[in-house]
Design a protein around this ligand. Structure first.
Ligand SMILES: Nc1ncnc2c1ncn2[C@@H]1O[C@H](COP(=O)(O)OP(=O)(O)OP(=O)(O)O)[C@@H](O)[C@H]1O
Length: 305
């Protein structure tokens, strides 16, 4: 059972002056249960809006939404107890300790008190739980926010740009925490981010958004592979002669920076080896050129660098 299913979801905002803005324009997204799923897209692509739709904070103009196999918003009251979310920087009492803040939230939500300590442990804040919230670093505040979202032991945890504003150590801690949560065998994490590197390091699968639509989805590695250039870099002892042979055989070639040959859009690299060997050029190395992550992302989303 998928944890999240969105199909054809649209959300139109009316701007001042009557103009319409399509924040979501027929968005499809499936998040299978378990692991960490990334929602990746440039600023303004609709990540926060889709999360707000999932949580019933925004009513979609069209489309179907299911959360833990229940229709949303109709059945939201029946599933919301199993969903934890960190959407904006959560509000805590600055003068209270981290622990007291969580205890208050737990009491309000009817969560048994021992769960507070478990959550503090999960986010690695137990040692500092007796300190006042206002003295926490931004990273600690964010981890306390995640602890609050975990109080109900949710099956689905939704985190909207949790690394925003954090320093490198804070980012690392939050990423490790998300990975840990996603591999506990019972929690599905949906993580939104505009940072490709974050998605690559943390997520198992990804939905990529651009202008309110899905532009790619699937396991992280295959989605990025699909954005591959199809170029192959070939090393032979005599690159100029080798390039002439390949050109003569109909391949599109250009010189690679290190004196090797770049063969463009080569569907079957084995053919390159065969043609070269047929003319006495023996391949020393043949490597498929994978694009750097940033180019892959820009290629997929169609954004300009
Ligand atoms: N309440 C609102 N009223 C009008 N327009 C809105 C509202 N909320 C979002 N938008 C617009 O909808 C589009 C999508 O915004 P959204 O916040 O969902 O994108 P995002 O991918 O989360 O971007 P970011 O990373 O910048 O938060 C943007 O153009 C935004 O300006």
């Amino acid at each position: 059972m998928p944890a999240v299913q969105m199909s054809g979801v649209a959300k139109t905002y009316r701007r001042r002056g009557g103009q319409e803005l399509r924040a979501l324009d027929g968005l499809d997204m499936t998040v299978e249960s378990g692991g960490v799923h990334g929602l990746l897209g440039p600023n303004g692509s609709g990540k926060t809006t889709s999360i707000r739709v999932l949580l019933g904070l925004v009513r979609p103009s069209a489309g179907d939404v299911r959360l833990l196999d229940r229709p949303v918003p109709t059945d939201l009251p029946r599933v919301i107890g199993e969903v934890g979310a960190l959407v904006e920087t959560p509000l805590f009492f600055p003068g209270f300790t981290g622990r007291r803040n969580l205890e208050l939230l737990a009491e309000t939500a009817g969560v048994p008190a021992p769960r507070v300590e478990e959550c503090l442990e999960l986010v690695d804040l137990r040692e500092r739980a007796g300190d006042r919230f206002k003295g926490y670093s931004l990273g600690m505040k964010q981890r306390l926010g995640i602890a609050a979202a975990l109080l109900k032991a949710p099956r689905l945890l939704i985190l909207d740009e949790p690394s925003n504003g954090l320093d490198p150590a804070g980012i690392r801690d939050v990423r490790e925490l998300i990975r840990r949560l996603g591999s506990d065998g019972r929690t599905t994490v949906l993580l939104s981010s505009h940072l490709l590197a974050e998605i690559q390091q943390v997520c198992d699968s990804v939905t990529i958004l651009a202008r309110g639509r899905q532009v790619a989805a699937g396991p992280v590695s295959s989605v990025l592979d699909r954005a591959g250039t199809g170029d192959v870099r070939v090393a032979v002892p005599d690159p100029a002669a080798g390039a002439a042979v390949l050109h003569g055989a109909g391949f599109s070639v250009s010189p690679a920076p290190d004196g090797q040959i770049l063969v463009h859009g080569a569907p079957a690299p084995g053919e390159i080896t065969r043609v070269l060997a047929g003319h006495g050029h023996y391949v020393e190395e043949l490597v498929r050129v994978t694009p750097d992550l940033e180019s892959a992302f820009l290629a997929i989303t169609g954004e300009q660098a």
